[in-house]
Structure formats: C-alpha cells, structure tokens
Ligand binder design. Structure first.
Ligand code: UDP
Ligand code: MG
Length: 148
C-alpha cells in the first residue's frame, strides 16, 4: 500500500499538537509505520528541502525546522499521499479550510506546524532520507473494517 512522509514541525511539538495530529491520521484509517522524535541539523534540513533552495524563504525555513525537535513519521494507506495533504490543508493557513490541521491550528505560512509529501515520488525520497532502515512491517487486525 502507498506510504507518505509526515513531519510535525518544531512549533507543532512545542504547542503540544503531536497527539492531536497523530489521532487525525489514525482515526481516518491510516497506519503508522515509522515514528521518531529528532533534532535535525542544518545540513539535513537543507537536504530535506533541497527543491526549495532557490526560494527567498529557504534560509528562514531551515532555521524554523532546526529550531527544536520534530516528529518524523511514515503513514500508510490507500491514497495516503494526496489524502494526507488534504488532512493537512493548504500551505498558507489563511487559505487552509477549517477542519484541516493547518486550518484549525495555524496562522502563519512560516509556522504551519506540519509537513506532508506532495507526491508518491517525493514520499519515496523523503522516507529514504528520514528512515534509511525503512518502515516497520506490521498489519492491523481490523483492516477489513476499513478497507474492502
Ligand atoms: N514556506 C514559507 N513561505 C512561503 C512558502 C513556504 O515559509 O512563502 C514554508 C512553509 O513552512 C511550507 C514550507 O516552506 O510548509 C515548504 O513549502 P511548500 O511549498 O513545499 O509547502 P508545503 O508542501 O509544506 O505545503
Ligand atoms: Mg512541499
């Protein structure tokens, strides 16, 4: 099944939103296949956001990501990449719909509390970067109540 990389950014951790965010993905019917709380260094943060290195906000973004621990996760499920992005909401919290994580909990684009892979290909790259040993291999015993 499809996997995505989700990261709760330092502001999400500081604000005590880890449980709330995990809960939303769990209740939806996605499966947690990897998780760690980690402080990343500048080089690592720059690698994660390498595609954005030419953007004017890049340096500020890197400072933000290294400003405290983040929670890095692998989530698995049908269409989890696209659906995960919908659960997270638009990049700019002013445009994120209420009911989305950013719509409910964030105000500023530079403090938008969570990252989610934007495609299956980015998810593959991001999971490889953050979880070089891969995902945990387990299956839910109630899967058939969620997936037909
Ligand atoms: N960002 C920012 N200013 C901008 C655009 C993006 O600070 O004008 C930050 C924001 O935290 C965003 C991250 O850079 O989540 C990555 O940008 P991207 O366009 O990939 O948005 P995302 O995929 O996170 O929605
Ligand atoms: Mg992105």
């Amino acid at each position: 099944m499809e996997q995505t990389f989700i990261m709760i950014k330092p502001d999400g951790v500081q604000r005590g939103l880890v449980g709330e965010i995990i809960s939303r993905f769990e209740k939806k019917g996605f499966y947690l296949k990897g998780m760690k709380l980690v402080n990343v260094d500048r080089t690592f943060a720059e690698r994660h956001y390498a595609d954005l290195s030419a953007k004017p906000f890049f340096d500020g973004l890197v400072e933000y990501i290294i400003s405290g621990p983040v929670v890095a996760m692998i989530w698995e499920g049908k269409n989890v990449v696209l659906t995960g992005r919908k659960i997270i909401g638009a990049t700019n919290p002013s445009e994120s719909a209420p009911g989305t994580i950013r719509g409910d909990f964030a105000v500023e684009i530079g403090r938008n509390i969570i990252h989610g892979s934007d495609s299956v290909e980015s998810a593959r790259k991001e999971i490889a970067l953050w979880f070089p040993d891969g995902a945990e291999n387990w299956g839910s015993s109630i899967q058939s109540w969620i997936y037909e």
